[in-house]
Design a protein around this ligand. Structure first.
Ligand code: GLC
Length: 506
């Protein structure tokens, strides 16, 4: 990748700490960010390294050289914890994979059969401590340690306690990115035997209550800068509802709170080059119409729906309440009365899956539910559907709506988090609209927007095509997001509201 120097700073040494990285191991959108943001920062000329756990599921695990075999010494523990560091790569970015089999050599990353591992607090406390332990041992002195979500929340805490007077970290600043504040990493004190600092002195700002530490709260309280993955989510974090009960913690840090909308990886998600879809297409009306027609046929065949020229509504998500399935379920049968097809791909909560399965059994010609995490099929849904549903209860940024836009698949989203920073509503600003937005957290509000979109598709096909062109004209480039991150690292600018997608009227 070509190296270009950034206008906003000298090259920085950045240690990017994440619990998953797309290409190596992934369960959600955090992994996409942990792949793309370090890659863009590296392309700007910064020296970026990633630290992550060496899980059993890591792809190309066997190819990692062992860089270090060492121990984490904990003064209050009789025995130090032995571990190794393997070197992997995420593209051109070196990855330090922390190999501690007792914590990470397990079937899954966080949970099995929908139940979190009982020692998740200890596992990620170890990960946080070991991440800082390796820096001097590997001779990497970071200017910035960039943490992500609760798994890494103790890193800023340790920099301010264990390493507060350590000359090696004298110029190191920490940042924590909030991808999802509903996951707080709350664990009882017993899980923190590797972090005696938390036990020797009480840090109420890192406590959920007197018996539990919240690793996310620790990160928010002690990081130098905090950012949410969209400006609107940053604003929501200042409210009780939007922060899931952590408003006071975020308000205390509001001077250091930023909002930077995620980018989209157009290398992986681009209808012109996508290897998974039946026919590639470009962003002009003729090509989109032809390409999507072929992709729709292919999608219908893949999911066993009748091949016919009807509007198709797609949805790809983890089956959790966050994604708003509970708004869709009560009205799905009502919507299926129309001449439409719905394709839903996702896995997760077995109760939600069972409900979807029963609706699809009752409407086999109209609803296809594929209970799986299936990346190739996700690409085919983005390409073959006409609309993409994201009725999320909350959505820190959301990535699928960004994919939908570039595939000319109009997103129908709820007015929360990053969804309103990235989609422009047809009913508010028809000229520049790229999709549909509904506000009320109710099934009825979703149904009204679904019907509204269907009317547009059936009665005003030229207008529908114009919206597709609007959608495909926008770009959410990672390089631009990375530039904002560097400004934040340098404390240059307080980004409170960056609304980025205003396509020219087509
Ligand atoms: C989480 C959020 C999602 C966000 C992603 C990456 O998965 O739920 O909204 O896009 O992280 O930041």
């Amino acid at each position: 990748m070509a190296t270009k120097t950034t206008p906003s700073s000298q090259p920085l040494k950045i240690l990017f700490v994440a619990s998953e990285v797309e290409g190596l191991v992934k369960t959600g959108g955090l992994a996409d960010v942990a792949k793309s943001l370090p890659a863009s920062l590296k392309a700007m000329g910064h020296d970026v390294r990633i630290a992550m756990p060496y899980y059993r599921k890591v792809a190309e695990r066997e190819q990692g050289d062992t860089l270090l075999e060492t121990v984490l010494y904990v003064p209050t523990q009789p025995e130090p914890v032995g571990y190794a560091v393997k070197r992997l790569y995420s593209g051109e970015v070196p990855v330090y994979a922390l190999d501690a089999p007792q914590y990470f050599d397990r079937a899954e990353l966080y949970a099995e059969n929908n139940e979190g591992y009982a020692d998740n607090g200890e596992r990620f406390a170890f990960f946080s401590a070991a991440t800082l332990d390796i820096c001097e041992k590997l001779g990497f002195q970071p200017d910035i340690v960039h943490c992500n979500d609760w798994h890494t929340g103790l890193v800023p805490f340790l920099l301010r306690t264990r390493y507060a007077d350590d000359a090696f970290f004298a110029n190191t600043k920490s940042v924590i990115t909030i991808h999802n504040a509903v996951f707080k990493g709350n664990f009882d004190y017993e899980q923190f035997r590797l972090i005696p600092e938390l036990i020797q002195k009480r840090y109420v700002q890192a406590e959920m209550d007197s018996a539990h530490i919240s690793m996310l709260k620790a990160g928010v309280a002690f990081a130098d800068k905090i950012n949410a993955v969209s400006p609107n989510y940053a604003a929501e974090l200042l409210t009780e509802l939007g922060s899931h009960g952590m408003a006071a913690d975020f308000r205390n840090r509001s001077d250091d709170l930023y909002g930077i909308v995620n980018g989209c990886d157009y290398g992986d998600w681009n209808p012109e080059t996508d290897p998974y879809i039946a026919q590639n297409y470009k962003a002009n009306k003729v090509s989109v119409t032809r390409g999507k027609k072929a992709c729709k046929r292919d999608l219908q065949q893949q999911v066993n729906l009748p091949v016919k020229d009807v509007p198709v509504y797609g949805m790809v998500c983890r089956l959790t309440e966050q994604k708003g399935i509970h708004y869709l379920l009560p009205i799905l049968a009502d919507f299926l009365v129309h001449d439409v097809q719905v394709v839903i791909v996702g896995s997760g909560d077995p109760v939600l899956a069972a409900k979807l399965r029963s609706i699809s059994d009752a409407h086999p010609e109209k609803l296809a539910f594929v209970e799986a995490y299936n990346n190739p099929l996700a690409h085919c849904v983005e390409a073959g559907a006409d609309f993409f549903m994201m009725p999320s209860e909350f959505e820190p940024c959301g990535l699928n709506q960004l994919y939908s836009l570039v595939y000319g698949t109009l997103p129908i989203v709820r007015a929360v988090g990053g969804l309103i920073d990235t989609v422009i509503d047809y009913d508010q600003t028809p000229q520049v609209a790229t999709g549909f937005i509904f506000k009320a957290p109710t099934p009825e509000a979703l149904l009204i927007k679904l019907q509204r979109s269907l009317l547009l598709y059936c009665q005003r096909p030229q207008e529908f095509k114009r919206l597709q062109q609007n959608a495909m004209a926008g770009r959410f480039e990672w390089d631009e997001a990375a530039e904002l991150y560097v400004q934040m690292y340098n404390g240059q600018e307080h980004i409170t509201a960056v609304k980025k997608h205003h396509p020219e009227t087509v």
